[in-house]
Design a protein around this ligand. Structure first.
Ligand code: ADP
Ligand code: MG
Length: 474
């Protein structure tokens, strides 16, 4: 009669059942599945890492005795933790999913050999550091530091990212919060840091996840009563990267759970990397205690790339794709797409496609029409400088006057209008508007916006200023 994984496990279970409470048996042993037997090693599948830890903590002796009875002194136990690739839809710790549904998930294995040389050891299993567990990091290797070009706009964030990658958890940049507008490279940089860490420290557990997916997982865990597993899973990670944390705004349950996970990781010297489309001061509906944590480390902004950086990003893209394109075309694209690197790339990809499908030279005309499409589709953002210039011209003063400290009424009004339009037509934060319009603080900008709103309703002349200026911006 041949010995199989099932037969070995069945005998182990019989022994275990006789030795523990029925409820404990039901909870901790029934869900285990024997998977395979090779030589002296029995592989069993457990539903979560938390589950594995629990077994290790509470039933390690019992397991050893049972297994040794079946397989002899050289018995080995291999845990397989079913964890899902989080690109799918479910949470990484899967519970009670019928085995038929398990396609697409990757088994995570870890070796837990029973040591036979030291039988007097209280714990006969070598409990592996949790870091031996392989968690799919969800990193995209195409987003790395090599192809994240440096420029003035991203220098601080990029070097902070490098520093963190060199010493995860070991710098004062913890958490590292990278913030900036759409398409400026937050996701790319976040992956690059993770990829670099994986490269330097392959044994560390790195996980990249969007705040949205994190939220979904959390909600699922509450539904399925596995909130503890959820928390445990995240607390085991060495480097946690959460993209677009502004998504957590208004979601107090997820914020709460993240707060606890964050504290645990931080206290244990683990690295947290966050991205957001806003600076912490401008985040709304995020709990104060969480915001204050975000500020513990470093907040680094990704700004709009300057012209030189835009050129080098385009040239690099062309180079990597092995495509040649005349300089004047590249310059034209860089000159006209300023605030979004994704659009910059999109335009050049579109040009490459057109030229290769139609087998014709890319002309400046073609470039113009492509760029126009990109720019039109995305309501081009006016700059704060431009707004100040237009408002100053309208009131026949120069920009320096508009920014000056004077309390003269017509100048104050011009300044307030500039702030109002900057708030209305750009995505800049109150703080950043204030600092660009005469070095004022965010409260001044807020006050300006309210004043303009009030005057718009009560003062006919003022209303006309607003209407005239609005026309100039659209
Ligand atoms: P965000 O997450 O801020 O919206 P992404 O990280 O998705 O922006 O970046 C948008 C695109 O621009 C990506 O294709 C990315 O590779 C590219 N990109 C952004 N910054 C750089 C950079 N400094 N060098 C090269 N490519 C960049
Ligand atoms: Mg992104």
């Amino acid at each position: 009669m041949s010995v199989t994984a099932s037969s070995v496990w069945k005998n182990c279970l019989a022994f275990i059942k006789d030795n523990i409470q029925p409820q404990a048996f039901k909870t901790w042993f029934e869900p285990i599945k024997p998977i395979k037997l090779s030589e002296n090693a029995l592989s069993i599948q457990v539903p979560s890492k938390f589950f594995y830890e629990w077994l290790e903590e509470h039933y390690v002796k019992l397991l050893k005795v049972a297994l040794t009875k079946e397989l002899g002194e050289k018995a080995k136990l291999v845990y397989i933790i079913r964890m899902e690739n989080t690109y799918g839809n479910r949470e990484p710790f899967t519970e009670k999913i019928p085995s038929a549904n398990r396609g697409g998930m990757t088994p995570q294995e870890m070796d837990v050999p029973i040591k036979s040389k030291n039988p007097e050891l209280r714990n006969p299993f070598v409990i592996p550091g949790i870091r031996n567990i392989k968690i799919e990091s969800q990193l995209n290797p195409n987003y790395n530091f090599d192809n994240f070009l440096e420029g003035d706009s991203n220098r601080l964030a990029r070097s902070a990212g490098m520093a963190v990658a060199n010493k995860p958890g070991g710098t004062s940049f913890n958490p590292l919060l990278v913030f900036g507008g759409v398409g400026l490279g937050k996701t790319h940089l976040a992956h690059a840091i993770g990829v670099e860490i994986k490269d330097k420290y392959p044994e560390r557990t790195v996980l990249y996840i969007s705040a949205e997916k994190f939220t979904q997982q959390y909600i699922e865990s509450v539904k399925k009563n596995t909130r503890n597993d959820f928390i445990h899973f995240y607390q085991l990670i060495d480097v946690l990267i959460i993209d677009d944390v502004q998504f957590l705004s208004g979601k107090s349950g997820t914020q709460d759970v993240f707060f606890h996970i964050f504290n645990h990781l931080h206290q244990n010297g683990k690295q947290v990397i966050l991205t957001s489309d806003k600076a912490p001061v401008d985040m709304q509906d995020i709990e104060q205690r969480l915001l204050s944590r975000f500020k513990w480390g470093l907040s680094a902004e990704l700004q709009n790339p300057d012209y030189e950086t835009r050129i080098s990003i385009l040239k690099n893209k062309l180079y990597r794709d092995g495509v040649e394109m005349p300089n004047d075309i590249v310059e034209y694209v860089a000159k006209h797409i300023k605030t979004n690197i994704r659009e910059l790339e999109g335009a050049i990809i579109s040009l490459i496609a057109q030229s290769s499908f139609n087998k014709k030279e890319v002309t400046l005309e073609l470039a113009q029409s492509v760029v126009e499409k990109f720019v039109k589709n995305t309501k081009r953002e006016v700059s704060i400088d431009y707004i100040q210039k237009v408002v100053s011209d309208y009131f026949e003063m120069d920009v320096a006057t508009l920014q000056s400290k004077t309390r003269k009424r017509h100048i104050v009004q011009a300044r307030q209008l500039a702030m109002f339009f900057a708030k209305k037509f750009t995505k800049a934060s109150l703080a950043s508007i204030g600092s660009q319009i005469g070095k004022r603080d965010h409260a001044t900008v807020l006050h300006a916006c309210k004043t303009v709103d009030n005057l718009a309703e009560t003062d006919k002349q003022f209303r006309k200023y607003i209407d005239d200026l609005t026309k100039k911006f659209s």
